[in-house]
Design a protein around this ligand. Structure first.
Ligand SMILES: [Zn+2]
Length: 382
C-alpha cells in the first residue's frame, strides 16, 4: 500500500528549518528530497546568495503544464521572548501548528508539494506538473522567482498556467482568491530653500509651506474611482521630516515620502509623470528647489476571470462548499513576476497571523488546502 504525503507533518518539518531570508535553512533540501523521490526532476536555481528550487514531473515543453509557485523563506521572528512557543519548534496544540512561516507560507508549500507528489503517482497525467519554490520572497525578491523564471526561459521550461499558494482569505477558508494585484510605488521629495532667522522670514526661503502645499495637493487628489476589478487607487503620505528642533530657525530643507497603491488605470511611468508635474508647479509657485526620486516596486496586473479562475473556484466550491470572491486587494506577491510568464491566480489559506508573534495555522486548513490543490490538478488534467 502506498502512503500518502501528510501535509501537516510536512508543514512541521518545514517550520523546523530556520529559513529566515536569505537563509535556506534546510527547507529546500527537504523538499528536493521529497520531490525527487516522487519522480520529479529537480534543479536548484541559486543566484545572488539565494536558493531556489525548480521541480518538474513529466516532459519539458509539455502541451499542458500546471505550475505552482511559493516560498520557503520567512520573516524574522522578532522578540523571541514575546512568543509563547519556540518559533521554529512547530508545536501542535489547540488544533494549530505554531511557528514562523506556519501561514506564510510553509503550509501552502507543503500542501501543494504533497498534492503534486500524490497526484502524479496515483493518476499520472498527460502533461507536466511544475513547482517553482523560492527562498527570496520576503526579501528583495531580486534573485527569487525572477531567477527561476529567467532560468526557465533559458532552458525552454514552460508553465501553461500557475497557481501561487500564498494565503488569500481574510477570515474564512475558501472565501477569496486573488486574480490580480495593485501596483506599488514610493516617491521621495526634498524641497530646498534658504536657512534663516524665524524673526526675519523675508530674508530666508522657507521650504515648509512649499512642502505643505505639495503634500496637500497630492493627498487630496483623486487618482480614480476604481475599475471593473479594482478598488480606487490610494496615496498615503508616509513621512514628512525636517529634523529641525530650533523654533528660531527656518530650516534649509524638508523631505517627505508618499506610497501609492494603484489599479490597472495607471502605470508607474504615468504616475511618475504626474508627480513630476506637481513638483514643477510647486517650484514655480514658491521658488524653492524640489527634487524627486521614485521607486516602482510592481505594476498592477490582472488575469481576467477565465478558465484558470473558474477551475480554482469550482475546486474550492467542491471541497469547501464556498465560492471564492475574485479579488485584487492586498499587497504585492511573486504573482507580479509570474504574470509575465503565464496566467496566474493566487489561492491559499487564511492569512490572519502572517508576520506576527505566535504565527499559527489550523491543522484542518492544511488538510483542506491539500484537498483543494489535488482537485485542481485532477480537474485540470481531466
Ligand atoms: Zn508569503
Amino acid at each position: 500500500m502506498v502512503t500518502k504525503i501528510d501535509p501537516v507533518e510536512l508543514t512541521k518539518a518545514l517550520i523546523r528549518c530556520p529559513s529566515v531570508t536569505p537563509e535556506e535553512g534546510g527547507a529546500l533540501v527537504l523538499l528536493e528530497e521529497l520531490l525527487t523521490a516522487g519522480g520529479f526532476e529537480c534543479t536548484r536555481v541559486d543566484r545572488g546568495g539565494v536558493s531556489n528550487l525548480f521541480a518538474r514531473w513529466g516532459t519539458r515543453g509539455a502541451n499542458k503544464s500546471f505550475g505552482f509557485n511559493g516560498h520557503t523563506d520567512v520573516v524574522p521572528v522578532g522578540d523571541v521572548s514575546a512568543w509563547s512557543v519556540d518559533p521554529f519548534g512547530a508545536v501542535e496544540k489547540d488544533g494549530y501548528i505554531w511557528g514562523r512561516g506556519a501561514t506564510d507560507m510553509k503550509s501552502g508549500v507543503a500542501a501543494f508539494a504533497a498534492a503534486a507528489v500524490d497526484f502524479v503517482r496515483d493518476t499520472p497525467p498527460d502533461g507536466a506538473v511544475i513547482l517553482t519554490i523560492t527562498g527570496d520572497e520576503e526579501g528583495d525578491a531580486i534573485d527569487g522567482t525572477t531567477a527561476l523564471l529567467d532560468w526557465m526561459a533559458a532552458q525552454g521550461e514552460r508553465m501553461s498556467c500557475c497557481l501561487v499558494g500564498e494565503p488569500t482569505s481574510p477570515d474564512t477558508m475558501g472565501e477569496m482568491m486573488k486574480i490580480g494585484r495593485r501596483g506599488s510605488m514610493t516617491a521621495w521629495f526634498t524641497v530646498t530653500g534658504e536657512q534663516g532667522h524665524s524673526a526675519y522670514p523675508h530674508r530666508a526661503l522657507n521650504p515648509l509651506p512649499a512642502m505643505a502645499r505639495l503634500i496637500d495637493r497630492l493627498a487630496s487628489h483623486e487618482l480614480d474611482k476604481g475599475t471593473e476589478h479594482f478598488d480606487a487607487s490610494t496615496l498615503a503620505v508616509v513621512t514628512i521630516d525636517t529634523g529641525n528642533a530650533a523654533t528660531n530657525v527656518i530650516p534649509a530643507a524638508c523631505s517627505a515620502a508618499v506610497n501609492i497603491r494603484f489599479n490597472d488605470s495607471h502605470s508607474g511611468a504615468g504616475l511618475t509623470a504626474w508627480l513630476e508635474g506637481e513638483a514643477t508647479k510647486i517650484k514655480e509657485e514658491f521658488g524653492t528647489g524640489v527634487e524627486m526620486r521614485v521607486k516602482v516596486s510592481g505594476e498592477s496586473f490582472i488575469t481576467p476571470p477565465g478558465a484558470l479562475s473558474t477551475l480554482i473556484a469550482s475546486a474550492v466550491n467542491a471541497e469547501l462548499g464556498v465560492t471564492p470572491e475574485m479579488s485584487t486587494t492586498g499587497g504585492t506577491s511573486d504573482a507580479r513576476f509570474v504574470k509575465d510568464h503565464c496566467d496566474v491566480v493566487e489561492f491559499g489559506l487564511v492569512g490572519k497571523t502572517m508576520h506576527q508573534v505566535d504565527e499559527r495555522v489550523p491543522v484542518k486548513q492544511i488538510v483542506q488546502l491539500k484537498a483543494v490543490y489535488t482537485r485542481i490538478l485532477q480537474e485540470y488534467f481531466a
